[in-house]
Design a protein around this ligand. Structure first.
Ligand SMILES: [Zn+2]
Length: 128
């Protein structure tokens, strides 16, 4: 069976209802689950937590807060997992204008991993 992609307005409506019912939703996965549960009453839908978060950001009544998840320990990689070549750090800046490593890049092939892979963000959705 083919899965339907739900319409934007419909999702926004359900995000509003889901967040206002709880006042606070602790993660984008949780919010996605709540929205899907509501939508499934009518149809089979496929929806990603990232899409739910993006749409939630456009809703004026909802505040989205991002937190960096604490990682137990990031395994240091010093060789490309694909071709075993040297990898170099990708530098970026944080909010305080301090230089930080935001990912790694292989000097030989296209392998690259970014901040999201190393430091997953946690999103919280709050009713304003
Ligand atoms: Zn490589």
């Amino acid at each position: 069976m083919k899965r339907k992609i739900p319409k934007k307005d419909k999702i926004i409506e359900e995000i509003k209802k889901a967040v206002s019912a709880r006042l606070k939703v602790e993660s984008q996965e949780e919010l996605c689950k709540l929205v899907l549960r509501r939508l499934k009453k009518e149809n089979k839908y496929s929806l990603s937590p990232q899409r739910v978060k993006k749409l939630a950001l456009t809703i004026p009544g909802i505040e989205v807060k991002a937190k960096t998840k604490r990682m137990p320990k990031i395994k240091k990689i010093d060789k490309c997992p694909i071709c075993r070549s040297i990898i170099i750090p990708l530098k970026g800046k944080n909010l305080l204008n301090k230089e930080i490593v935001i990912g790694y890049k292989c000097v030989n092939c296209a392998y690259q991993c970014d901040l999201e892979a190393f430091m997953p963000m946690k999103y919280i959705f709050i009713m304003k």
